[in-house]
Write a protein that binds this ligand. Structure first.
Ligand code: UDX
Length: 429
């Protein structure tokens, strides 16, 4: 099939590369000309395992190309995905300026039937607005369809998630749209949830909000574990084996971050309110997440007593492992907060250093974890990168000023570290 993806960010690039890999001819569009020039030369602006290779291979096979021209994309493809950003506005609502712009430009360049598919996470009823916008700006009477096909991929495992999805959600209003999208995804052999557009939009809100709530739930349990002297990892293991609960997304830590959960929760709370429903559970989940960061900061302060002048080593800056994404990363919030109290920071991340350098001023960026812990009064592991699990703590014991470890992701065995002479502080254990 001939496909275009408008918006070459995370979702757009992964979707474009993966659909090309499935044998389609794909045009990826972005209005950032530098980004497009770079991509055409094989420069991928984000770190995502396997993405660079997948893009190069499909560019070589002439199944994937990049352009800044929506006109070229609309003329050359029957199915057009919209995957532009929908950032949060001050009031928590999603900013849909990008979506509206793209819908208008598609309409202005449409000469025959096109299927326009929302891929970005958008508020329920955006499909209606896209349809209305296209109908308003279209030059002559051309038949078109709008569909919703939300993406569930996670950063760090995005290609695997795309190629092996638990399900594919398709929200449509016509048989033709259903047939086109079912055919496109047939090679993935995944269960299809075919529904109306609004239900498809709500599936995405509900799934992300549920997962964020699940994390906040276990983080709240971790607080009680802390008070009573229980181990949240054991509690989560015992809960997770119940098939109705499931063991994933039950890891307590310093809170969730990233470009999706915080923004999607805000958007769902705001949409529900606008529609007349006060989504209290989600407000509570959001509060627990904010409070979790403060809780970790309090733990650090309690352990250090005086923060001013202390050297704090932070291992991990990205919001999760296997990505260089630092958007809403709890590690950064923590650094900013303790920096205002006079702490000095030495930091290291396997992939996110470049992005962090642009966002964090006045901290020392180190070449590796051992460099970052040298002379530290306290080490905080903020992201569970696999390489941190294998650190040589005997060596670290000799490098630090004070053997104090805050395990923000509960990745170490407390007994082992205590035996090595560390003061070990985990989350809810
Ligand atoms: C999420 C959704 O999982 C995905 O379906 C959607 O398309 C986009 O948003 P992503 O933000 O890439 O994906 O990462 P995810 O693996 O879901 O983690 C989100 C945050 O939750 C991270 O900060 C992570 O550290 C945290 N998390 C996750 C926990 O604190 N505990 C857990 O058990 C799981």
């Amino acid at each position: 099939m001939n496909i275009s993806i408008i918006g070459s960010g995370y979702v757009g690039l992964v979707t474009g590369a993966a659909l090309a890999q499935l044998g389609n001819k794909v045009i990826c569009v972005d209005n950032d000309r530098d980004k497009i020039a770079g991509l055409s030369k094989g420069r991928v602006p984000i770190y995502e395992p396997g993405l660079k290779e997948l893009i190069s291979a499909n560019v070589r096979r002439k199944r994937l190309k990049f352009t800044s021209s929506i006109k070229e994309a609309v003329e050359g493809s029957e199915v057009i995905f919209i995957a532009v950003g929908t950032p949060s506005l001050e009031n928590g609502e999603a900013d849909l300026t990008g979506i509206e712009n793209v819908a208008r430009n598609i309409a202005l360049n449409m000469k025959e039937y096109r299927l326009i598919v929302e891929k970005s996470t958008v508020p329920v009823e955006t499909g209606e607005w896209v349809k209305h916008t296209i109908a308003t700006y279209i030059k002559k009477k051309i038949v078109f369809d709008v569909a919703s096909n939300p993406e569930f991929l996670r950063e760090g495992t995005a290609i695997r998630d795309f190629m092996h999805p638990d399900r594919i959600v398709i929200g449509v209003e016509s048989k033709k749209a259903e047939e086109l999208l079912s055919r496109l995804y047939e090679p993935l052999n995944a269960p299809l949830v075919i529904t109306d557009i609004k239900s498809a939009e709500l599936i995405k809100h509900a799934a992300n909000s549920f997962l964020a709530t699940k994390i906040s739930f276990i983080n709240a349990v971790s607080r009680v574990c802390d008070l009573v002297g229980a181990d949240v990892a054991e509690v989560a293991r015992g809960m997770g084996l119940d098939k109705r609960i499931g063991s994933s997304f039950l890891n307590a830590g310093i809170g969730y971050g990233g470009s999706c959960f915080p923004k999607d929760l805000d958007a769902f709370i705001t949409i529900s309110k606008k529609l007349g429903y006060d989504f209290g559970i989600l407000k509570a989940a959001k509060n627990v997440n904010e409070e979790q960061k403060n809780f970790v900061i309090r733990k650090i302060k309690d352990a250090l007593w005086i923060v001013k002048g202390k050297v704090i080593s932070v291992l991990g800056l990205s919001f999760k492992p296997d990505t260089d994404d630092i958007r809403s990363s709890p590690a950064l919030d923590l650094i900013e907060s303790l920096r205002t109290e006079g702490a000095k920071f030495k930091v290291y991340d396997p992939q996110a250093m470049q992005k962090a350098k642009a966002a964090l001023k006045g901290v020392e960026f180190c070449k590796d974890a051992y460099g970052a812990v040298r002379n530290a009064d306290c080490i905080i592991v903020a992201t569970e990168w696999p390489e941190f699990k294998d650190l040589d703590f005997r060596k670290i014991r000799k490098l630090v000023k004070r053997p104090l470890l805050i395990d923000g992701r509960n990745i170490y065995n407390p007994q082992v570290l205590r035996k090595l002479g560390f003061t070990y502080i985990g989350i809810g254990r």
